[in-house]
Write a new protein. Structure first.
Length: 175
């Protein structure tokens, strides 16, 4: 039963993400194979991170005093950045974040949140920093479980599938 519920939860997540086609949102029109490879990595990471957040919330978060999956994800993202792999940020899309540090910060993040709120599931840009190319990508984060509203009561006001947040990636492009 437990496994079946978990599978249902994941199926619901996939269904919500699939509303507009997960990757049907804005992307650079670059046919560059290096960009396409990096986009594929974002896709894989996005599934891993989002599945982990759903599973942790489902199995380990029972009341408001438990460590939220969001906080665990932020700690994980800091460790991954320190190891030099890539950067990921958990962003708020509601204007009422638990922590101001999770508000969209730069132009890319502000633009990405606007695109996601307009109904796209994905937004990306290729940027160059110190002569090196990076893929910046953002994926929508809808309210996937009732439990999310235990600590974020204002998520109740959002319809199923509407983004309340996003994951914002900065990934080095392997040329
Ligand atoms: C036990 C309480 C709790 C639950 C349950 C919870 N969160 Fe959070 N969430 C938090 C806290 C606390 C933060 C701030 C973490 C930080 O910045 O260290 C946060 C941060 C976030 C953020 C970043 C924006 C912000 O508000 O700071 C998003 C997006 C988010 N949570 C989404 C979700 C989703 C989706 C779920 C359900 C899968 C969920 N949360 C369940 C407590 C919770």
């Amino acid at each position: 039963m437990k496994t079946r519920l978990a599978v249902l939860g994941l199926a619901a997540l996939a269904a919500v993400a699939g509303v507009r086609g997960v990757w049907a949102g804005d992307r650079t029109d670059s046919k560059d194979p290096a960009v396409a490879r990096t986009r594929q990595i974002v896709r894989m990471l996005d599934d891993i991170y989002k599945t982990a957040v759903v599973l942790i919330t489902k199995h380990y978060v029972h009341d408001e005093s438990d460590l939220p999956a969001g906080s665990a994800a932020i700690a994980l993202f800091a460790a991954i950045k320190k190891k030099g792999w890539h950067e990921v940020r958990l962003l708020d899309a509601t204007g009422e974040p638990m922590d101001e540090a999770n508000s969209p910060r730069d132009e890319f993040e502000k633009k990405a949140i606007a695109h996601l709120k307009a109904g796209n599931a994905y937004y990306e840009e290729v940027v160059v920093k110190d002569g090196k190319r990076y893929l910046r990508a953002a994926t929508a984060l809808p309210v996937v479980m009732r439990k999310c509203t235990m600590c974020h009561p204002h998520y109740e006001d959002y319809k199923k599938g509407q983004p309340i947040g996003a994951l914002s990636y900065t990934i080095p492009i392997q040329e």
